[in-house]
Design a protein around this ligand. Sequence first.
Ligand SMILES: Nc1ncnc2c1ncn2[C@@H]1O[C@H](COP(=O)(O)OP(=O)(O)OP(=O)(O)O)[C@@H](O)[C@H]1O
Ligand SMILES: [Mg+2]
Length: 358
Amino acid sequence: MVKIIAKNISKYFKKRNGYVIALDDVSLTVESGARFGILGPSGAGKTTFMRIIAGLEVPTKGELYFDDKLVASNNKIIVPPEDRKIGMVFQTWALYPNLTAFDNIAFPLTNMKLSKEEIRKRVEEIAKILDIGHVLDHYPRELSGGQQQRVALARALVKNPSLLLLDEPFSNLDARMRDSARALVKDVQEKLGVTLIIVSHDPADIFSIADNVGVLVKGKLVQVGRPEDVYNNPVTIEVANLIGEINELEGKVTKEGVIVGNLKFPLDKSYKSERVIVGIRPEDVKFTKDLINDENWILVGKGVVKVIGYQGGMFRITVTPLEGSEDEEIVTYMDHPLKRKEEVLIYVKKGSVKIFET
Ligand SMILES: Nc1ncnc2c1ncn2[C@@H]1O[C@H](COP(=O)(O)OP(=O)(O)OP(=O)(O)O)[C@@H](O)[C@H]1O
Ligand SMILES: [Mg+2]
């Protein structure tokens, strides 16, 4: 399998009056056989980065290596896409409707001057791994949604690539299919050992598949780490938001803590800025009627219930500070509802409060 090294890669696209910086000095190593995720909002440069790795786009600046081989450098393609041993699934799993599953999977082998037997052997091998050997003579319309995904993945894998690139591969699937597709991708990667890079704006894709994640914001790689480390220690509130739901409160730093209306959040160190953003994950918040006698939970003050929703079998409760800063909101999920306008005590989990300087 292949190790991917990006060194100071930038990509500029010409526009009528100037240019767009799609990637800005991105350096990254993806180890051989690793599962790497790239998370970022729309327009962050995710697809551009994937296309540069695939050789479909050339980096304006910087170098790209596959192992120790230079494949692209400063506006020059050195190894063309067809010689990079890459399988790709880009945004849609679309199959050719007028070709059987077999012919869909065999399609990338067409120009390889292989014998019919060799093609059959390769298609059947990958079909067996993906458990679709019995439906190879079916047309896409005769396949279940899950089987269609498997055929599309088989097509990306039939040339035995060293690198599999998936760009938002699940965005067109419904929620139920998405889970099985994530599991399928992870299983197949484990079986084949292929280096995998998956791009998504959905943190659930990253958590279910990737061992490491890079966060791309406005063309810059702002954080790289294990998904749970990025979740727990995001470098900015924007990253915190990209990788999961987080409460954002505007607060004022004092000696006693960060003040948001009548609420006071503990401070673990000193900050230069006077105004900061307090970030707290919903699971690190509790609203209660009575005092909690547990040193892992810290009382920050009183709030009042503003909205009660229902989502995923849980009540989604929004609380605002009782006095001052009434526009600020804190959300958590509870297994029982609270009453609107009810007063509650707000607790936060010790060590969970994230402070971002603005
Ligand atoms: N061929 C192109 N010509 C000009 N500008 C481009 C081109 N391709 C991408 N861009 C611009 O580069 C930036 C990054 O685009 P890119 O498609 O890589 O983002 P993305 O992170 O994949 O977004 P999305 O999540 O919406 O797919 C955007 O501002 C986009 O408009
Ligand atoms: Mg994209």
